[in-house]
Design a protein around this ligand. Structure first.
Ligand SMILES: Nc1ncnc2c1ncn2[C@@H]1O[C@H](COP(=O)(O)OP(=O)(O)O)[C@@H](O)[C@H]1O
Ligand SMILES: [Mg+2]
Length: 267
């Protein structure tokens, strides 16, 4: 079966996922702040504008203007797309008075607003970004799975391919409200490290249903004019597969104790 795939608009990313995101999929971009999740979403929407898709961007952490200004730095004209009825940015942060704002973080209101926006934009293939989806369950992370399942179910009926961002919980090692990672069809995980005194960012495709995706982490680069670009494959380093010395020593000492205490008469 030939799967229709939507380009992400990020140079080097489509190649990691067999050409793009299958139409109708629910993509989750997760990771620490400042790694490029919002910028990935901006590329995804800009690609939709270039391909004449219907595009909707829900922003919960930045204002509509902030998204437009960030896109402009990468030579993407979101104002023009709004005027041409190719894009609606729903502002769920600032609580203004225009029709495309949301005054509270209520999931049903969100879904209704997205459907209203789709009707306004018209029939056809559509992309929606929810940046961030975890904002909807910050005070009730246990609801993450149920909420994301609900969103996925409703939006797939409206011909949407969804890209949602989720904050990363350092404590649990999973996206905040872990359920979203199970419901997501594609998980793009952003990570950051300090190497040689410099902030290095990279991403890895942790999951992509129906896709023979790349298993390697890749460096990412963000620059004015170009936006997000996938760089080179991360080299395998010793630290990637060896345990820290103190853990290694503990394992050895436990093993030694086990051998010493072993009851040979039981043989
Ligand atoms: N014009 C630019 N040139 C270079 N780097 C930029 C530019 N604009 C944004 N960035 C980088 O992108 C980061 C923000 O990325 P963003 O996608 O908003 O992160 P998040 O993962 O929190 O959504 C900034 O911290 C900065 O490092
Ligand atoms: Mg962001």
């Amino acid at each position: 079966m030939n799967i229709e795939r939507l380009s992400t608009g990020v140079r080097g990313l489509d190649e990691l996922i067999e050409g793009g995101i299958p139409r109708g999929f629910f993509v989750v971009a997760t990771g620490e702040p400042g790694c490029g999740k919002t910028i990935l979403c901006i590329h995804f929407i800009n690609q939709g504008i270039l391909e004449n898709d219907k595009n909707i961007y829900i922003t919960t952490e930045e204002s509509r203007e902030s998204i437009i200004n960030q896109a402009a730095q990468f030579n993407m004209d979101f104002n023009k797309a709004i005027v041409e009825k190719k894009l609606i940015i729903i502002d769920a942060l600032m609580g203004g008075d225009d029709p495309w704002t949301l005054k509270s973080l209520d999931l049903e209101a969100l879904v209704n607003k997205i459907i209203e926006a789709k009707k306004y934009l018209g029939y056809g293939r559509a992309r929606v970004v929810i940046d961030s989806i975890s904002a909807y369950w910050l005070d009730k992370p246990s609801m993450a799975r149920r909420y994301s399942y609900f969103i996925k179910k409703v939006l797939s009926k409206w011909d949407f391919t969804v890209m949602a961002t989720a904050q990363y919980a350092i404590t649990t090692g999973e996206a905040h409200g872990f359920g979203v990672e199970h419901v997501g069809d594609v998980i793009i995980r952003f990570k950051r490290i300090i190497r040689g005194g410099k902030l290095c960012r990279f991403l890895v495709i942790e999951k992509a249903r129906q896709t023979n995706h790349c298993l390697y982490a890749h460096e990412i680069d963000i620059t004015t004019g170009q936006g997000l670009i996938i760089g080179k494959k991360l080299e395998v380093r010793k630290e990637d597969y060896t345990l820290p010395r103190y853990i290694y020593d503990r394992i050895i000492s436990i093993k030694k104790k086990e051998v010493k205490n072993f009851d040979h008469s039981s043989l």
